[in-house]
Design a protein around this ligand. Sequence first.
Ligand SMILES: NC(=O)c1ccc[n+]([C@@H]2O[C@H](COP(=O)([O-])OP(=O)(O)OC[C@H]3O[C@@H](n4cnc5c(N)ncnc54)[C@H](O)[C@@H]3O)[C@@H](O)[C@H]2O)c1
Length: 249
Amino acid sequence: MTRRLEGRTALVTGGSRGIGRAIALELAIAGARVGISYVSNATAADATVAELEAAGGEARAFACDVGEGEAVEGLVKGFLDWTGGRIDILVNNAGITRDGLLMRMSDADWDAVLDTNLKGTFLVTRAVSRSMIKQRFGRIINVSSVVGLMGNAGQANYAASKAGLIGFTKSLAKELGSRNILVNAVAPGFIRSEMTDGLGDDLKRKYLEQLPVGRFGEPQEVAALVVFLAAEGTYITGQVINVDGGILT
Ligand SMILES: NC(=O)c1ccc[n+]([C@@H]2O[C@H](COP(=O)([O-])OP(=O)(O)OC[C@H]3O[C@@H](n4cnc5c(N)ncnc54)[C@H](O)[C@@H]3O)[C@@H](O)[C@H]2O)c1
């Protein structure tokens, strides 16, 4: 059970910290060879690689802004050179927020969020799809958000990007299922990470009051679901699975 991804290769975008780091670590513990991409913080990425190796995995970091087409081509080429041409698991985790009310939301804030969260996922997925189709195996897991399902005032750009990921996921599930490529989305609720650390205490208290389980989630709790989908979810595709402590019930 523990090394259930032995022999598999996995790419986790934005894998140097937060939820992506936890996913990379759990994949490595399960036996996968894991590549992580990062934007600019090479030190953090190197530290994560060292952590994955200490857990008994083989790992490598690749610099790449997922919103940039050429950079994504370079990322996937570098990854495939490293693995000998195989990519079994893709986790589209890279994501940002640029919150603001609609009237004050700038074009730049809209574009930055859509480019990273939605276009980035499209670019990386398209770039790996050729290999997955050729090898007739693939597991693609897109990190959406409950905000993409329920909306959130002040996050119209983020919610639109995360809802877009759900349509993308369902379309690809239909397009790629016959090639044994399964495509799912996970929708985390409020998970403790650098993305959420910066939110004000009032907002955190408001979220906590609505949470049936009475606590925020940990990155590892999202990672456990991702590894399940990658390793055990052999007949699950086109789904959005919430890992949200019951906030959306
Ligand atoms: N923390 C939460 O409560 C929560 C809830 C729902 C969904 N999510 C989603 O989970 C994912 C991870 O979030 P997190 O909480 O770990 O946040 P985080 O800010 O700690 O991590 C985001 C990661 O994405 C990377 N990234 C950002 N822009 C990038 C770009 N252009 N190219 C490549 N990588 C880029 C960052 O370097 C970082 O490693 C995001 O997609 C986020 O939207 C988080």
